[in-house]
Design a protein around this ligand. Structure first.
Ligand code: CAA
Length: 259
């Protein structure tokens, strides 16, 4: 795994992707989108990796798509580029393992949109979120107009998208954009603590639970409930279900095998 714009590591079953373009506040260039897709694909396929953390380090998450990349683009350049940001982000959204965003500093534009494809967002108390694309004469083009209203509701999402204003970590917590706010120096410890908690659960059940939520959100309620029931039924074909229930009855901790 050799990357120029990312640092990727695997430790104790946790794969960590760190955006690494500090000189431009981790702006997301087309190279970053390509490398993110590659790293996410590799970590998704690596059975030793149970949970992923995506971070920008302790100063900034990402200040958005690279404006220098886009400044001279014509409409057809964008139209024919093959939606690299949307594709990279969809790939991350569909990784069949929990993905945690650990956010310090700015998560703006494409940076904020990247957090939206993670399953859980942990923010440092110095984090700032925003979709400032409107101030550049464009709109959020990496899923922000679609995922933010689904996560925090239409009214607050429109306020953020129309104004381009940033919100701080506490406000992000109050509107449901992040799951938890912690002191900046605790950010990675908290993300790893949560990752370990997820990793202690059965991998197949996690995969199915993520799929049931993600796919269900694309369906009406009746279809979603049917899909949930299929996932639920299938889990009774796993050793982990037998082990989980047996362990409960024997009053001991389950030893999940991920099968
Ligand atoms: N693209 C390219 N370069 C960027 C960047 C970006 N999104 N954000 C910051 N940088 C660069 C700056 O140009 C600057 O480089 P130089 O030192 O060479 O001048 C360096 O990073 C440091 O930035 P600042 O000097 O501006 O730092 P600051 O602390 O004064 O301000 C900031 C920080 C408020 C985040 C400011 O940098 C900013 O407003 N950045 C742009 C935010 C933005 O508009 N993001 C949306 C991008 S569009 C998008 O994301 C589209 C989409 O939906 C996919």
């Amino acid at each position: 795994m050799g990357f120029e714009t990312l640092v990727v590591s695997v430790e104790d079953g946790i794969g960590t992707i760190t955006l690494n373009r500090p000189e431009v506040l981790n702006a997301l260039s087309s190279q970053v989108f390509g490398e993110l897709s590659q790293a996410a694909g590799e970590l998704a396929d690596d059975d030793s990796v149970r949970v992923l953390i995506i971070t920008g380090g302790d100063k900034v998450f990402a200040a958005g798509a690279d404006i220098r990349d886009m400044a001279k683009a014509e409409a057809m350049d964008i139209a024919l580029a093959g939606r690299p940001s949307q594709k990279a982000f969809q790939l991350i959204e569909n990784i069949p393992k929990p993905v945690i965003a650990a956010v310090a500093g700015y998560a703006l534009g494409g940076g904020c949109e990247l957090t939206l494809v993670c399953d859980v967002r942990i923010a440092a108390d110095n984090a700032k979120f925003g979709l400032p694309e409107i101030t550049l004469g464009i709109l959020p083009g990496a899923g922000g107009t679609q995922r933010l209203p689904r996560l925090i509701g239409v009214g607050k999402a429109k306020e953020m998208i129309f104004s381009g204003d940033f919100i701080d970590a506490e406000e992000a917590l109050s509107v449901g954009l992040v799951n938890k706010v912690v002191p900046a120096e605790e950010l990675m410890n908290e993300a790893k603590r949560l990752a370990k908690r997820f990793a202690s659960r059965g991998a197949v059940a996690l995969r199915m639970a993520k799929s049931a939520v993600n796919e269900g959100l694309r369906m009406d309620l009746a279809a979603g409930l049917q899909y949930e029931h299929k996932c639920f039924s299938l889990l009774f074909a796993t050793q982990d279900q037998k082990e989980g229930m047996q362990a409960f009855l024997e009053k001991r901790k389950p030893k999940f095998q991920g099968k």
